[in-house]
Design a protein around this ligand. Structure first.
Ligand SMILES: Cc1cc2nc3c(=O)[nH]c(=O)nc-3n(C[C@H](O)[C@H](O)[C@H](O)COP(=O)(O)O)c2cc1C
Length: 124
């Protein structure tokens, strides 16, 4: 991707899942499979960000199960230069602001002036 000219890489999207209606003996979803998002995919998303950020020289945008500042900070420490909040916004429309304010609070508490110093810090 980076070799093809990408300025940044965003990951991950949803993961495919399936559920079965045991009474009907059929898949529960009309489309048979569906996209799994939210907290269930966070460890996989973190792993992907960790691996990809180690392999490319363009910024990585982390996404997948981020609902809090600590979730976001995990992605940043794994190598993300920015993060996205998707599913969490459905149950908490303020989630992106909560994440932002929580990061600011963490930085103030820890005496960190520049978040760039946290990017990928858990990889070294
Ligand atoms: C309702 C819904 C719609 C989505 N639509 C798109 C889309 O149109 N294009 C896309 O690339 N990803 C789409 N996604 C995936 C999200 O951008 C995101 O990668 C994924 O949901 C994981 O993040 P999350 O756990 O914060 O939701 C969608 C996700 C959800 C839940």
């Amino acid at each position: 991707m980076a070799e093809a000219g990408a300025d940044a890489i965003s990951l991950i999207n949803t993961m495919k899942g399936i559920a079965i209606d045991i009474a009907a003996r059929k898949p529960l979803l009309g489309n048979i499979t569906g996209g799994l998002s939210g907290p269930a995919i966070k460890p996989v998303a973190l792993y992907m960000v960790y691996e990809v950020a180690s392999a490319v020289n363009v910024p990585v945008i982390g996404c997948g199960g981020i609902a809090s500042a600590s979730d976001a900070l995990e992605f940043i420490m794994a190598g993300a230069s920015a993060i996205q909040v998707g599913t969490a916004s459905f149950t908490n429309p303020r989630a992106p602001l909560d994440v932002l304010e929580g990061i600011e609070q963490f930085m103030a508490t820890e005496g960190i002036d520049d978040i760039a110093g946290l990017i990928g810090i858990a990889r070294s």
